[in-house]
Design a protein around this ligand. Structure first.
Ligand code: IPE
Ligand code: IPE
Ligand code: MG
Length: 235
């Protein structure tokens, strides 16, 4: 390839379109989530292969609890199946984090995600953040609360709070900036994903539904990203 490709350091993916994928095939929505989970495994490995440092995937939002209980249960059970063997990533070098408010998750799920984080914490490959009961506003509220506690304990003064202090209480503290946010499925909205982190992310929207998403689609998104001129307010 003649053109020079810039590989984003950190990619965020809103894994959307599972339900529509299933509906198109006359299948239950759950079938779309199952296929979507397989695509997630494949794309994670592909990101590592091409040199992405961190990947954040939106798996379940703070708003997704409003779906019918049967769908929420099906998603949680699918998750349980995948957590059993750390998404099939056992033995791979990914450092797996779960981001979001975990106290609302079932105790057996919390136990598994803590175990996966513990066993992968010293891994040196791709940082994989799985967003579960995640909301960008909730993350910001969380950080504000933590800073409030620091003030009460006298560790920091209100006037010392700056962007870096705030950032240190986000779920992605210390990770590379989110260079690219990708949303398949044709929707063009952020849906409460990475609100703090996306300040200067590039956005790529694609019509492909997530269960149909392939490494070639990711290549396409990265080519588009590479062609963008990022100015960060400069000229
Ligand atoms: C994304 O696919 C998966 C979750 C939000 C859990 P959807 O289930 O939102 O699929 P569509 O948007 O209805 O097609
Ligand atoms: C965003 O997709 C959340 C996830 C992919 C986990 P939604 O399907 O929930 O978003 P909206 O409802 O279309 O905004
Ligand atoms: Mg959706």
């Amino acid at each position: 390839m003649a053109e020079e490709l810039h590989i984003p350091r950190h990619i965020g993916i809103i894994m959307d379109g599972n339900g529509r994928w299933a509906k198109k095939r006359g299948l239950p929505r759950t079938a779309g989530h199952t296929k979507g989970a397989e695509v997630f495994q494949k794309i994670t490995r592909y990101c590592e292969k091409i040199g992405v440092k961190a990947l954040t995937v939106y798996a379940f939002s703070t708003e997704n609890w409003s779906r019918p209980q049967s769908e929420v249960d099906a998603i949680m059970n699918l998750l349980r199946r995948y957590l059993k063997d750390a998404f099939g990533f056992k033995g791979e070098n990914f450092k797996i984090n779960f981001i979001g408010e975990r106290s609302r998750l079932a105790p057996d799920i919390i136990e598994k995600i803590e175990e996966i984080e513990e066993t992968s914490k010293n891994n040196t490959g791709l940082i994989l953040n799985v967003a579960l009961n995640y909301g960008g506003r909730d993350e910001i509220v969380h950080a504000a609360r933590s800073l409030g506690r620091e003030i009460l304990s006298g560790k920091i003064k209100p006037e010392e709070i700056d962007e870096a202090a705030f950032e240190s209480f986000t779920y992605t503290a210390g990770q590379p900036p989110v260079d690219l946010i990708l949303r398949p499925s044709g929707e063009q909205r952020i849906s409460n994903f990475l609100l703090w982190q996306c300040a200067y992310s590039e956005f790529v929207y694609m019509d492909t539904l997530w269960p149909d998403f392939t490494p070639a689609d990711l290549d396409r998104a990265i080519r588009e990203y590479s062609g963008r001129q990022r100015r960060f307010g400069g000229i």
